[in-house]
Design a protein around this ligand. Structure first.
Ligand code: ATP
Length: 522
């Protein structure tokens, strides 16, 4: 049947996706009966399945498919010196500012960036006007390069950006405040310019250990999973008899007290990371950095989303510990944003931990007969952002040939929460029993759903809306010849097949094997 997409995934409104995610049990606002907690979400029955499948895809590709990578599960709480050594106590800050009238808190740099965006929009408006006025004769390039208003605004933007960069790099908080005043930035809520001074705000959540109180008992919820890997570097290397190059992977929760947390599960205060630290011989890090950039983008592309949905963004300004860094950005409904980071972190973290712990964190390399602190290349992806990428890319509203519409989640089958729905055509004549018999056979390998309520058409639509790749219908003929119809979510085509053939057909489509085969392995 012909399908005309009425909206492309990227034009979808984030609101529609959020509404769909809630309606079908993917993501709920946390503690909703108490009106929720800002930027905190719970994964529902289908969300938990999708999340687990993404984790499995990552873990298999990173750990099981690489004989020199192992996975660990470190504690969220760590000895607080860890965070002193990593630099998080002193430098994991954002500059914040409060509006005295609305009592709302903002990131000073984000306020300035929003102001810059407004200036940009004025330019875009002028370009649009020109296009409208001159039609096909309009030379946009020339207009942008010569129009005095546009040039003046671009100059203004450059000046603001360079002043902000200088203030941020050199921690000149007074200058950030002065810039906000000079630009006349108003609070989006109160509309006033009644601002406090700019303060540094540490993003780590702190709590106290046991019944003791005071500074000495202060511990943190980890803001990244990476440090749990660094402090275990020697434990894992020795107990696993690992030889460099080797990697340690981990999936786990991280916590950041983000000043402005918004855009659904894109930026939360409690989120999950999938990180891998790859330990290499000093001097070989760039080779591995390129390898991991390549491997990670292939991991994403194997899912079959649009080619244009990804782009690399190389960091121009590097963190003090990095000698190369790039983000994989994804085209979310709100535009291209960071999904994953690949960082060459040098020997910074291990050296810091050596200094603060007084323990040697070195590796004796038998091949060159030398002992050294390894260099590290890291891949770090937010599980929740990956979840949002899958959801937003899969969400489609289609108009069918007969004029009716359907909402479908074309989730890559290997990640879909349910792999197959089995439905008796009616609730009698032994059809439900037969359907359950089929499920009993399939459920060992595939997550199956049984559904007997409503018309078959409605049931198909329900399965489309939750992304189930196959729907199997049991009818009266099934009782006679052990055949069923199997319907494909994407093509909506139906085929009559033997029950005995189901396992193979489904496995062929939903197995993670194919995804994993597409990737390059060390
Ligand atoms: P951003 O610039 O968006 O704040 P970051 O550069 O601070 O992100 P990293 O410290 O590199 O992020 O963390 C690695 C990954 O963890 C990111 O690529 C992202 O996918 C995820 N991540 C970071 N912060 C959050 C958050 N608040 N909510 C959800 N995921 C996050």
């Amino acid at each position: 049947m012909l399908k005309i997409p009425t909206m492309s995934a990227q034009e979808d409104n984030l609101k529609d996706i959020i509404g769909h995610a809630k309606e079908y049990g993917f993501v709920f606002p946390s503690s909703e009966i108490y009106d929720g907690l800002s930027a905190t979400y719970d994964y529902g029955q289908l969300g938990a399945e999708l999340k687990n499948n993404i984790k499995t895809y990552w873990w298999k590709a990173m750990v099981h498919m690489h004989e020199n990578i192992v996975g660990i599960d470190a504690a969220i709480f760590m000895e607080p010196t860890t965070w002193k050594a990593s630099g998080h106590v002193d430098a994991f800050n954002d500059p914040l500012i409060d509006n005295k009238d609305s009592k709302k808190r903002y990131r000073a740099d984000v306020l300035i960036e929003d102001h810059i965006e407004k200036i940009n929009q004025k330019n875009e408006k002028d370009v649009a006007k020109g296009k409208k006025r001159f039609g096909d004769d309009f030379d946009e390039k020339q207009f942008r390069e010569t129009n005095p208003n546009i040039l003046r605004r671009l100059k203004e933007i450059k000046a603001i950006e360079s002043r902000m960069k200088d203030a941020l790099d050199n921690e000149k908080l007074d200058d950030l405040k002065a810039l906000i005043d000079e630009l006349g930035i108003v609070c989006p809520v109160s509309g006033s310019k009644n601002w406090t001074e700019v303060k540094q705000f540490n993003l780590m959540f702190a709590t106290e250990l046991g019944s003791v109180s005071g500074e000495s008992a202060k511990i943190y919820l980890r803001p990244e999973t990476a440090q749990g890997i660094f402090v275990n570097f020697l434990n894992v290397q020795k107990s696993g008899r690992l030889k460099i190059p080797f990697g340690i992977a981990q999936i786990g929760k991280a916590f950041r007290n983000e000043i402005v947390a918004r855009q659904f599960i894109f930026r939360m205060r409690e989120f999950e990371q999938m990180e891998m630290q790859f330990f290499v011989r000093p001097g070989e890090e760039m080779k591995w950095y390129e390898y991991w950039k390549d491997f990670r983008i292939n991991w994403h592309k194997a899912l079959g989303f649009e080619e244009g949905s990804y782009r690399f963004h190389d960091h121009i300004k590097l963190a003090h510990y990095a000698n190369a860094a790039a983000d994989i950005e994804f085209k979310f409904p709100m535009g291209f944003k960071e999904l994953e980071g690949i960082h060459s972190r040098t020997d910074f973290d291990l050296k810091q931990h050596e200094e603060y712990s007084g323990k040697k964190l070195r590796y004796f390399d038998p091949e060159i007969n030398e002992s050294y602190v390894p260099y590290v290349v890291e891949t770090s992806i937010g599980l929740d952002r990956m979840f949002l990428a899958v959801l937003s890319e899969s969400y489609k509203e289609e108009t069918l040939e007969d004029g009716s519409t359907r909402t479908v989640l074309s989730i890559p089958p290997a990640l879909a929460p349910y792999k197959v729905a089995v439905m008796p055509l009616t609730k009698k004549d032994g059809l439900p029993e037969k359907a359950r018999e089929i499920i009993d056979e399939l459920k060992i390998d595939f997550n199956c759903q049984y559904d007997e309520k409503d018309s078959i058409g409605k049931r198909y639509r329900r399965q489309d809306a939750i992304g189930t790749p196959y729907a199997v219908t049991v009818d009266h003929q099934t009782l006679e010849d052990n055949t069923v119809t199997i319907r494909d979510r994407d093509t909506m085509e139906q085929e009559r097949v033997a029950i005995s053939a189901l396992h193979k057909i489904i496995d062929n489509k939903v197995s993670m094997r194919k995804l994993l085969m597409k990737e390059k392995v060390v």
